[in-house]
Ligand binder design. Sequence first.
Ligand code: FES
Ligand code: FES
Length: 154
Amino acid sequence: MKITLNVNGKSTTIDADDAQMPLLYALRDNLGLHGPRFGCGLGQCGACTVHVDGNAVRSCLMPVGAAAGKKVVTLEGLGTPGKPHPLQAAFIEEQAVQCGYCINGIIMQAAALLETNKKPSDDQIKAALAGNLCRCGTHLRIVRAIKRASGTVA
Ligand code: FES
Ligand code: FES
């Protein structure tokens, strides 16, 4: 079946065998967008997070059919190497990435947070990211990068 998606501001039609296929698979396999990662596939790690109509969503759980007609934004749509999103620039500035596997989800979750709370406190950042698992050790830098992006770090 044909499913039309709006991804990163562009309308695109994919062929899918099943409208219940996870949106994550369509993004990665059909559209070649490898920002969103497959971690657990169960909604438990956050590595696959994208924005759907402005909300942070676990794309491993959302059926691709449910995303039709909605605005999907992936890490690739947040910014570009030449014009990065403030969060992307701040993560580089703070060197807040170790292996990087979780970082797509953390940046997308943090971007959704900053849309509703421009200057979150440390506790608000930690609460917003509580469902994004990182097995490495840059947690303090991640919080600092989000604060940098929000303009609360010198
Ligand atoms: S891969 Fe989606 S939450 Fe883990
Ligand atoms: S940087 Fe490695 S899992 Fe988070």
